[in-house]
Design a binder for this molecule. Structure first.
Ligand code: ADP
Ligand code: MG
Ligand code: MG
Length: 878
C-alpha cells in the first residue's frame, strides 16, 4: 500500500512535491534539531486521490491518519478529546509552491465543551482555554462549515462593546464563555446541527476542508496569475498546538532573516504578546517590531536570532519564519525562502556570495530575469496601486508604469508634452508616423496589435511602457473619447498603464523611478564571465545605441532604417520618391535623402565605437509612408507641385490587401533598385567617414530583409557590391563589409543552404517568421491571443516566447543547412524573442552566436544567457 502519511521525522526538505513546502520544511527543521511541535503530513497525492475518488477520502488513508495520530498522542503524552489532558492540533494546508494566504488552516482542533474545561483545569488558566475554544469555533465555522466570519465578529464586537473592552486580551472568562455560547448558536442556526463534539470527526472534516481549499476561487486565481499548475494539489499538516495565547510570557510572530524590500541584513518582522498566529496577519491588534522582542524577552530574542542564523546557513537563502512562544519557550512553525523585491533579490544574492554562503553561479540562478526588469523601469507605488480602479486589460507589450492625460493623436501628444503635461498616447494602432508622439508620451495604449506590433516593438526599443491589443476599449478618435462598457475616458482625462501586467487603470497612480543599485553591476559582471552568447541590441538612433552600450550591448544586431525616413525634414523627400513616376524622378528624390541617411549612420557608428553594426535596408510597405486623408493628400500635392487627382490615384494604387505579405522588403529592391542603392551609398560613405575622421573601426553588416529565394539575394548582393565598389574606387579606399540576410520567411529557412551561397550571415527575424509560420497577423493577433492562452491552446504568446517546437524547428534547420554551405556563417536572432529568457536559453542550446534585443532588455539577456550556460551544464551532468 502506498504511503500517504509521513510523520515529521520521516520527511526532509527535498520532499516538497509530496509533502508540500510547509510539510517538507517542518520535517527538515525537526531533523536538524530545531524546536518544532510534532506532527505529520498527509501528502499531495492524497489530495489528488481525494479528487480522483469523487471527493472522498479513501478508508486506507483515513486509517493511516489515525495511526499517525496515535503516534502523535504517544509522543506528546496527550490525547485528542481527553477530558484531563487533551491534545490540540492545527490542520494546515501546504502546497508545493507557496501560495500565501490562499488556502485554509484550522487551529485549536480537538476542543469541545468537555475538553475545554479539562484544558482550563490542567493549565489552571480557564481564560486561555475558552479563548482557544472561541477561536476554534470561529475558524472551524468559517473554514469547514462555510459560515461567514463576520457573523462571529459581530458577536465578538458586541460583547466587547457591552463591556467597554477594546483589546481581545482584556476579555474575561465570563465574556469568553458568553461568546462561545453565542458562537455555538450561530453554528446551530446555520448548519441545523450542533457544533461537532467528536474530535476525530472534527479532524476528518478539517482535512476535507483543506483539500477543498485547493480549489477555492482565490487559490485558482492565484495559480492562474502565477502560472502554477492546477494538478499539484495541497498537502495537509496535522501538528500539535503550541499556545501563544497563554498570557504575558507567550506570543507569536513572523520574521524575515533579511529585509525583503531592500535586502539589508537585519531581522525584519513583527510579533504580538498573548496571541495566536492569525492575530498578526488579521490586523486586530497592532504588532510590535521584532527588535522590541529584545527588550521584552531578551533570552527568547537571543535564541531566535541564533535560530535564524542556523536556518539561513542551512537553506542558503533568506528565510521567512513563523514562530510562537509558549510560556517562555520558543517554537518554530514554518520556514520558507522569503519573497522579496527585485532590489532585495539582487542585493541578497550578491551579499550571500560575498559572505561565502553561495557561489556566483547560485547567485545568478537565483535571480529571475523578468523580475530584474523592475529595476530598469519605473513602477507604481504599491499602496496607490491597491486603491486604483482597474478598467481593462491588454497585452503587457513593454514593461514599466505610466500615468498621464489621454490624447489620441501623435501631434496632440507632442503639443501637450511641450506644455509640460504628462501624456498617454491612445491609438487604435500605431504606425511609423506616430514616432514623435511615442517619444513624447509617458506610455502608449493601443486597442489592436500583438506583442510584435509596431507599438510594442518601438515602445520596447525606447524602454517605454506600452499596453497593446486592448480590444475591449473602443476608441472614437473623431470625438476624442474611448469607451469600455459604461466607462468613458475623454481627451485630457488621466489614466495609468501597467506595462508588466497589461492592466489599464483609471486616474493618476504615482510612480517611482527605476533605481540602479551597485550590486546589479556585480551580477552583470558575473553573468558576462559565464555566458557564451554575445548580446547585441536593436537600435535605430545614436541615443538608443548609447543606452544599449551602457547596458552592456556588444553590437547592433538590427538597425531599422525606416524610422529615419519619418523625421520632419525628410518625409517630404521620401514621399516624393515613392510617388515618382520615373527612375530619374525617383533618383532625384533619393539624392535629397542621401545626406540625411549618411548622417544617421555616422551617428550610430560613432555611438557604437568599434562594435559590429548590422543595418537592415528598407523593409516596410511603401504606402505606410504616404498620407491617406484628403486634406493631407492635397497638402502633399501642393508641396510637390502635383495634380491632386493624379496623386490620389497613385496612393490608391499603392494600397494592398495584405501589406505584410505585399510589396515590401527586398521586393522593393527588385523593382526599384535605386532605393537600396542610396542606402548602401549612405552606409559606405558613413563608414569611410568614421574610419578616416574618428579612427573608429567599422565593418558594416548590410542586411537584406524578407528574402525567400536565393536569386533575390544574388541580384541584390550584386547591386550592393557594385555600389560599394564604385565608391571605394572613387574615394580610393578599401573597406570591409558583409552582406547577409534575415531568415524570416519559412521558405528561406527551408532553403537556407542555397541562400547561404550568397549570405555571409543570417539573422533570424523571428517576428515575421512566427507570423508566417503560424499564419497569424502580428497586427491583429492581439484580439484573440489572450483567449488562446486562457483556453490553453498556447501556454505563451508565440510572439513573446519563441515557439520552439514549430518556429524553433525551422530555425534549427536553417542553422544546419546554412553551415553545410558556409561553415563559418555568423548566426544571430533579432526578433523580439532575443530578449525573452526562455527563448534565449533555446538560442544558446541551438548554437547561435548572438541574440539581439531592445536596449532595455540587454541586462536581462546577459543574465539569461549566463543562466542558459549553467542550466545546460548541469543538465549534461545528469
Ligand atoms: P498560512 O499558510 O496561511 O500561513 P499556516 O498553516 O502557516 O497558514 O497557519 C497560520 C498560523 O497559524 C501560523 O503562522 C501559526 O502562527 C499558527 N499555527 C499553525 N499551526 C500552529 C500550531 N501547531 N501551534 C500554534 N500555532 C499554529
Ligand atoms: Mg504560514
Ligand atoms: Mg521582418
Amino acid at each position: 500500500m502506498k504511503k500517504f502519511v509521513y510523520s515529521f521525522d520521516e520527511g526532509n526538505k527535498e520532499m516538497k512535491s509530496l509533502l508540500g513546502g510547509k510539510g517538507a520544511n517542518l520535517a527538515e527543521m525537526s531533523k536538524i534539531g530545531l524546536p518544532v511541535p510534532s506532527g505529520f503530513t498527509i501528502t499531495t497525492e492524497a489530495c489528488n486521490k481525494y479528487y480522483e475518488d469523487g471527493k472522498s477520502i479513501d478508508p486506507s488513508i483515513k486509517e493511516m491518519i489515525f495511526s499517525n495520530l496515535d503516534k502523535l498522542e504517544k509522543t506528546t503524552n496527550k490525547k485528542l478529546g481527553d477530558l484531563n489532558n487533551p491534545l490540540l492540533v492545527s490542520v494546515r494546508s501546504g502546497a508545493v509552491i507557496s501560495m500565501p494566504g490562499m488556502m485554509d488552516t484550522v487551529l485549536n482542533l480537538g476542543l469541545n465543551d468537555e475538553a475545554t474545561e479539562g484544558l482550563g483545569n490542567l493549565t489552571k488558566n480557564p481564560r486561555f482555554a475558552y479563548d482557544s475554544y472561541r477561536r476554534f469555533i470561529q475558524m472551524f465555522g468559517d473554514v469547514v462549515l462555510g459560515i461567514s466570519k463576520y457573523k462571529f465578529d459581530n458577536v465578538l464586537d458586541k460583547v466587547k462593546e457591552a463591556n467597554g473592552i477594546e483589546d481581545d486580551t482584556e476579555l474575561s472568562v465570563e465574556n469568553l464563555k458568553e461568546i462561545v455560547n453565542k458562537y455555538k448558536d450561530i453554528v446551530k442556526k446555520e448548519t441545523k446541527k450542533g457544533f461537532p463534539q467528536d474530535p476525530k470527526e472534527q479532524l476528518m472534516m478539517a482535512v476535507t476542508a483543506v483539500f477543498e481549499s485547493w480549489n477555492n476561487a482565490r487559490a485558482i486565481v492565484y495559480r492562474n496569475i502565477n502560472e502554477i499548475p492546477h494538478h499539484l494539489g495541497t498537502a495537509v499538516n496535522i501538528q500539535s498546538m503550541v499556545f501563544g495565547n497563554m498570557g504575558e510570557s507567550s506570543g507569536t510572530g513572523v520574521a524575515f532573516t533579511r529585509n525583503p524590500s531592500t535586502g539589508e541584513k537585519e531581522l525584519f518582522g513583527e510579533f504580538l504578546i498573548n496571541a495566536q498566529g492569525e492575530d498578526v496577519v488579521a490586523g486586530i491588534r497592532t504588532p510590535k517590531a521584532i527588535s522590541e522582542l529584545k527588550d521584552i524577552m531578551p533570552n527568547i530574542y537571543t535564541e531566535f536570532v541564533e535560530v535564524t542564523k542556523i536556518l539561513e546557513k542551512h537553506y542558503k537563502d533568506m528565510q521567512d519564519i513563523e514562530f510562537t512562544i509558549e510560556n517562555d519557550k520558543l517554537y518554530l512553525l514554518q520556514t520558507r525562502n522569503g519573497k522579496r523585491t527585485a532590489k532585495a533579490a539582487v542585493n541578497i544574492a550578491v551579499e550571500m556570495t560575498n559572505e561565502g554562503l553561495i557561489d556566483k553561479k547560485a547567485a545568478l540562478m537565483r535571480l529571475n530575469p523578468q523580475q530584474i526588469d523592475q529595476l530598469l523601469h519605473p513602477t507604481f507605488k504599491l499602496d496607490e496601486l491597491e486603491k486604483a480602479r482597474r478598467i481593462s486589460k491588454g497585452l503587457p507589450a513593454s514593461p514599466g508604469a505610466a500615468t498621464g492625460k489621454v490624447y489620441f493623436t501623435s501631434e496632440e501628444v507632442v503639443e501637450a508634452s511641450r506644455r509640460g503635461e504628462k501624456v498617454i498616447l491612445v491609438r487604435i494602432e500605431t504606425s511609423p508616423e506616430d514616432i514623435e508622439g511615442m517619444v513624447s508620451a509617458e506610455g502608449i495604449l493601443t486597442t489592436r496589435g500583438g506583442m510584435t506590433s509596431h507599438a510594442a516593438v518601438v515602445a520596447r526599443g525606447m524602454g517605454k511602457c506600452c499596453v497593446a491589443g486592448c480590444g475591449e476599449i473602443k476608441v472614437d478618435e473623431h470625438n476624442k473619447v474611448f469607451r469600455i462598457d459604461d466607462i468613458e475616458v475623454k481627451e485630457g482625462d488621466f489614466i495609468s498603464l501597467d506595462g508588466n501586467s497589461g492592466i489599464v487603470y483609471e486616474g493618476i497612480i504615482e510612480t517611482k523611478s527605476a533605481e540602479l543599485i551597485g550590486s546589479f553591476g556585480k551580477i552583470m559582471e558575473w553573468a558576462d564571465e559565464i555566458r557564451s552568447l554575445k548580446i547585441r541590441t536593436n537600435a535605430d538612433t545614436p541615443r538608443d545605441s548609447e543606452v544599449a552600450v551602457n547596458f552592456g550591448a556588444e553590437g547592433i544586431g538590427l538597425c531599422r532604417t525606416e524610422h529615419m525616413f519619418f523625421k520632419e525634414n525628410r518625409i517630404l523627400a521620401v514621399r516624393e520618391m515613392i510617388v515618382a513616376k520615373t527612375k530619374e524622378e525617383r533618383e532625384k528624390a533619393l539624392n535629397k535623402l542621401l545626406p540625411f541617411q549618411k548622417e544617421d549612420f555616422i551617428g550610430i557608428f560613432e555611438a557604437m565605437e568599434s562594435r559590429p553594426v548590422t543595418i537592415r535596408l528598407l523593409d516596410p510597405p511603401l504606402h505606410e509612408f504616404l498620407p491617406h486623408k484628403d486634406e493631407d493628400i492635397k497638402a502633399l500635392a501642393d508641396e510637390l507641385n502635383l495634380d491632386y487627382n493624379g496623386l490620389r490615384e497613385t496612393i490608391e494604387d499603392l494600397k494592398e490587401f495584405n501589406p505584410m505579405l505585399g510589396h515590401r522588403g527586398c521586393r522593393l529592391a527588385i523593382t526599384y533598385p535605386e532605393i537600396y542603392q542610396m542606402q548602401v551609398r549612405a552606409i559606405i560613405y558613413a563608414a569611410i567617414h568614421v574610419i578616416q575622421e574618428k579612427d573608429i573601426k567599422v565593418e558594416p553588416e548590410i542586411m537584406i530583409p524578407l528574402i525567400c529565394h536565393e536569386k533575390e539575394l544574388e541580384i541584390i548582393k550584386k547591386l550592393v557590391n557594385e555600389t560599394a565598389n564604385e565608391i571605394m574606387r572613387e574615394e580610393n579606399v578599401q573597406l570591409k563589409y558583409k552582406v547577409g540576410t534575415m531568415i524570416e520567411i519559412p521558405r528561406a529557412a527551408l532553403t537556407a543552404d542555397e541562400i547561404a551561397n550568397h549570405a555571409e550571415f543570417f539573422s533570424f527575424g523571428t517576428n515575421d517568421l512566427t507570423q508566417m509560420t503560424f499564419g497569424f497577423s502580428r497586427d491583429d493577433s492581439g484580439k484573440f491571443i489572450n483567449e488562446y492562452r486562457e483556453k490553453e491552446v498556447f501556454e505563451k504568446d508565440p510572439f513573446a516566447r519563441l515557439d520552439q517546437s514549430g518556429v524553433g524547428k525551422l530555425v534549427e534547420m536553417a542553422i544546419k543547412l546554412g553551415r553545410s554551405t558556409r561553415k563559418d556563417i555568423k548566426l544571430g536572432i533579432c526578433g523580439e524573442h532575443g530578449g525573452d529568457p526562455d527563448s534565449i536559453d533555446f538560442c544558446h542550446r541551438i548554437g547561435l552566436d548572438y541574440v539581439s534585443c531592445s536596449p532595455f532588455r540587454v541586462p536581462i539577456a546577459r543574465l539569461a544567457a549566463a543562466q542558459a550556460v549553467i542550466k545546460n551544464r548541469t543538465d549534461e551532468c545528469r
